[in-house]
Ligand binder design. Sequence first.
Ligand code: PLP
Length: 746
Amino acid sequence: MSQRFFTQTSQDIVYLDANATTPVLPRIADVVSHTMKVSFGNPSSSHITGVQAKYLLEQTRSKARRVIGAQTGDILFTSGATEGIQTAIVSTLLANRHKATEHSVLLYGATEHKAVPNTLKHWNDVLGLGAKVVAIPVDENGLLDHEFIAEHVPKALMICTMAVNNETGVYQDLSALERVIRQHNASVSWMVDCVQALGKQALALSDTSIDYAPFSGHKLYAPKGIGFLYIRENSPYTPFIAGGGQESGMRSGTENLPGIAGLYELFDLLLDEASDVFKPVETLHQYRKQLINALEQTFGSITFNMPLVGSVPTTLNFCVDSLTSKEVMDLFDAAGIRVSGGSACSSGANRSFVLDAMSASDWQSENAIRMSFGPAATQAEIDLACERICALKPVLANNCLIVSDAVQPEHEVCALGLTQLRHQGSCCWLYVAPNNDAVIIDPVVELVPRIERLVAQQQLHVKAVLETHKHQDKDSARALLANRLSLNTDSDELGWPGAAVQLGEQELVRIPTPGHSADSHTYLLRQGDNVSACFCGDLLIFSGLGSTQFADANVCDMAESIRSLAPQLSDDTVICPAHDYEQCFALTWAAQVQATPLLKQLLDEQIDKERFAEQKAQLDEQLSSECGALCGFSNVVKTTAAQQLSVEQVQQMLEECEQETIVLDVREPYEHGAKDIRSLFNVGDAQLVNVPLSRLANAFFAHQLSPQKRYVLICRTGNRSGQAINNLKSLGFDKVYNLQGGLALV
Ligand code: PLP
């Protein structure tokens, strides 16, 4: 098979994202394949091959009628639900064109799939109807507001609702909905998106006044690119695709017969009472219960974002109370469990509009995980899914992602040395000495629970929680964290206890470095004269300088501060600023000076304080016009793209220069620990190193990496490893390579 197709077998992965799409069932795939190779006729041909194709087409249509309970009306084969939605909406809007006034509304449920409101808005604009496109609110259980419908439906040209929601599995009471719609507007066109209901709920469309119902094959084990649309008798209809007159002129284009044959087999299975492929609803509930137990056992406290009564049993939408959705998704992905954050179709957006409409909290909306299986799931598949989920428990415990109930957890990962904890562009730094003495610098509110867990789990002795200055762009989490950690030492308002803080054999000292603000300070971690890390707050930004545009900033003071700081640093002092907007992760002082021309000129005395102030003012101006209120500018240059290697090339490189080459996994330890990848590259422990991006600074601090070696960087998709390569190149590493497409493509 071509390299473009991936060979990861279905046994390797646990697929729990059926609401996005499903695999094609083997017997459906067989029928599709047979139709492509043998029964390949064009239903419009008059010879026998064509007649046979036409027969299959009509048989499938008549089975569709039985499946959805539509003895009357039309069934049209489409490319999928989106085409069905277009067709229904365009037909309605064209028929109502003359009736539209400025008071007309087009109603849709607030949790509808985006295909619905976007299509309404698009055709309302294109056809110049000028109707108002209005979302029907839902309550906290996702149920449509019937009073709102009663009030607005009299002036509606169309109302669009859904039978089952794709993110939450919430189903509507269609009979109650019908009563309220018809009581207030007997003739309005009503479309019900039934995509997620097929195979999960009994349908009897002819018994209702639903005008249009779109369906999609790939949501229920048939191939992508095939769907169908139910149209009630006498409902408005205009062909959306004109041409050769197929489908009785209602939808032109040669029919997708292999896809239709797939539907035939699917319908056969749905109608066959003796078949056990599709499971009864009680079994599906049992499956869901089993998954809930596994999740609760593994993650502890979980919030479900949908009502368990009132949603189809094949969907779970939840948040792990102590973990972000990114952490959960990365962990699942690394363990070969496929789930989705919110809706697959809106991936990229980091909030769920569905949960927002249900008045869920910000945390729920931003951190929702959707786990969905199909109604043909087997007991063995659910058992395996639960086993894989439960296997994550030790990984979580060892990585401080949950508080372990083990007495002496073996720390697969420890926070010894320097850790960069990030929230958006802000960086908080944790330093832990070999004797577990620790200091936390510039904490961010959002990171407080994670830091608390780290401290408790690794039994750290936190000596101080410090800020480099009072940050203008975020609330201080210093006092909150110090309080949570019961740190009662006397300190000033930046948390400084007054004298050097002893951290194992190193000590942390503070020097005033005004400039970014009048109260700015820098903390130096040193042993004797050797400063190993410099926590500079916003005096420096990676490859740049802190801004001097806030009220108590002073550029000349900044120049003085930098000049007095520089002699205390050595070339390999690790720079730890309070922000990392450019995802730089780690720089040494030598690289910082090299990457920041203005800093270099100041230190080389090529410019005086006044000239520095002039140039800095220009940079600040540019910064505020380009980026708004950032705390500094950065000159990070994206170096030329790293050389991309296929997995075979990596294996070959490892064979040829075994001692020289290291596979550097930059994923977080919990992802690294979720699946053993040594056999993939045929490497031993010595050649596989895990340095997550959050610990790149530590790798330099601990002199763990050497520019003389060759590094092949890996992560999930090749993005994080690409960023790390950029970082390593700016630190003088030339022999760095990226695993093309990351582990996702292996
Ligand atoms: N409606 C719902 C509820 C869906 O879940 C989807 C797919 O995500 C669609 C419509 C669009 O279906 P298709 O992919 O067949 O165009």
